[in-house]
Design a protein around this ligand. Structure first.
Ligand SMILES: [Zn+2]
Ligand SMILES: [Zn+2]
Length: 159
C-alpha cells in the first residue's frame, strides 16, 4: 500500500492515519489464511524523516514443528520504522537506518515494512497448539488424532 505523504513533508499536516488490508495471498513462501489487516500512522519527526507506527493482525499457514500438520497461526504485533526522504541530501551523519526505508516521490510503501515485520514475528518453533502430542517416534502416527499401541520402552537406549 502506497501512502501519499506530500502534505506531511510540506508541514501542512502533522500526521496521517490509515487502515487497510493487504491483498497479497502469499509472500516469500508464506500463505495467509487471513489477509494482514494493517492499521497505522505516519508522523513527521524531522525535516526529511517520518515515523511509521503500525499494528498488524493476520493468520499465516505454518507447519507444526511437532506433528508436521499445517495450521493457521495467529500473528498480532506492533512495530515502528523510520522512513527517510532522499537520505543523500541529509546534512550530517547518515546511518544504515536512513537507507532502509525511503520515501519515493512523496510516497511511503508501507507493505514493504509490513512484510519484513511479519517474517520477524514468526514463531521460531511453530506449534499447532500448546499441548500438541506430536508424532509417535515408532509408527509415525499423529497422536493428536489417533492412538497407537507402540510402547516407548521399545526405544529405550540401553547403556
Ligand atoms: Zn502439532
Ligand atoms: Zn506408534
Amino acid at each position: 500500500m502506497n501512502i501519499d505523504v506530500k502534505e506531511i513533508l510540506e508541514g501542512k499536516v502533522e500526521s496521517t492515519s490509515f487502515h487497510y488490508t493487504e491483498t497479497l495471498e502469499a509472500m516469500e513462501g508464506l500463505t495467509f489464511s487471513t489477509l494482514p489487516e494493517v492499521e497505522g500512522r505516519l508522523k513527521r519527526i524531522e525535516r526529511r524523516k517520518l515515523l511509521l507506527t503500525c499494528k498488524v493482525k493476520t493468520k499465516v499457514l505454518l507447519e507444526c514443528s511437532r506433528c508436521l500438520d499445517i495450521y493457521p497461526q495467529e500473528l498480532e504485533f506492533s512495530y515502528e520504522e523510520v522512513y527517510t526522504e532522499e537520505p543523500f541530501r541529509i546534512i550530517g551523519k547518515l546511518t544504515e537506518e536512513d537507507f532502509k526505508y525511503t520515501i519515493e516521490n512523496n510516497m511511503v510503501d508501507v507493505s514493504k515494512s509490513v512484510r519484513e515485520n511479519i517474517i520477524m514475528n514468526l514463531p521460531i518453533k511453530p506449534l499447532c497448539k500448546e499441548d500438541c502430542k506430536g508424532l509417535c517416534p515408532i509408527c509415525g502416527k499423529n497422536l493428536n488424532r489417533e492412538k497407537c499401541n507402540c510402547s516407548l520402552e521399545d526405544i529405550t537406549i540401553e547403556y
